[in-house]
Design a protein around this ligand. Structure first.
Ligand code: KIV
Length: 273
């Protein structure tokens, strides 16, 4: 057996063990420079398919491919050492059959080195979760507002607002737990529902527009750093203004170039001091 340099990342069982002990902190990242900074702070990075909208300016998340997700996840894994990395299975890569889901999930983990996949879907996808978990692929389930179901939901709308709809989402959570999901992302649901789910299941719930009672939180990083195009969602908050810092930097650079103060001879090769 060869000896490898050991990178000590948080493992999926360690994340699970945080339930009831400490809140799990997660943000999305799709690229190495962001991931390197997040790695110092968060417990897991989600390489979300939201990169379709945030990184590529697509109107929804449906057009991103397995190969694109694999490359984003690979960049994030190679730039991180501490946090776990979870990669989204994109639309069309898992819904057809458990076997198809396994092929794509295996490819995502093999190419990127990520620790887990995430799939959007509740009770009716529990069989797929079980199939993946039994074959060694950790699954983070995603229920409630599922952006990949944008067309059937009629847009990005809060879910589970009626008693009947809330009960369906509750059953989704129980089914995913029973199938072996290690955690559940609950997105865009009425507050009491995520609280009820968090109390009922023994695996961590990760909220996004769901409830402070969830065992952890995830947000799209660009939404909290003022890098989102347009309005940020109701459930996000601007924690810093990275856009302002970049704007200041690019303005200073442009001024330097236009006024001739940049580059100076210090930035040139072969200049004898
Ligand atoms: O794709 C994504 O970024 C997500 C979340 C924000 C939960 O699924």
């Amino acid at each position: 057996m060869s000896v490898h340099t050991q990178i000590k990342r948080l493992t999926i069982p360690q994340l699970q063990a945080m339930k009831g002990e400490q809140k799990i902190v997660s943000l999305t990242s799709y690229t190495a420079p962001f991931a390197r900074i997040l790695d110092e702070v968060v417990d897991f990075i989600l390489v979300g398919d939201s990169t379709a909208m945030v990184g590529y300016d697509m109107p929804d998340t449906l057009s991103i491919t397995v190969d694109m997700m694999a490359q984003h996840a690979k960049a994030v894994v190679s730039a991180t050492q501490r946090c776990a990395v979870v990669v989204d299975m994109p639309f069309g890569s898992f819904q057809e059959s458990p076997e198809m889901a396994f092929r794509h999930a295996a490819k995502l983990l093999r190419v990127s080195g990520a620790d887990s996949v995430k799939i959007e879907g509740g009770e009716y996808l529990a069989e797929t979760t079980r199939f993946l978990v039994e074959r060694g692929i950790p699954v983070l389930a995603h229920i409630g507002l599922m952006p990949q179901y944008f067309h059937t939901m009629g847009g990005f709308k809060a879910q589970g607002l009626s008693d009947e709809a809330a009960e369906r989402i509750y059953q989704d959570a129980l089914a995913q737990e029973a199938a072996g999901a290690w955690g559940i992302v609950i997105e865009g649901t009425a507050e009491p529902l995520a609280r009820r789910i968090s109390e009922a299941v023994s695996i961590p719930t990760i909220g996004i527009g769901a409830s402070p009672a969830c065992d952890g939180q995830v947000l799209v990083a660009e939404d909290i750093f003022n890098l989102t195009h347009g309005r940020i969602p109701k459930f996000a908050q601007q924690f810093s203004d990275v856009a302002a810092v970049i704007r200041e930097g690019v303005t200073a650079y442009a001024t330097g170039v236009r006024e001739g103060s940049f580059p100076s001879l210090d930035h040139c090769f072969g200049v004898k001091k």
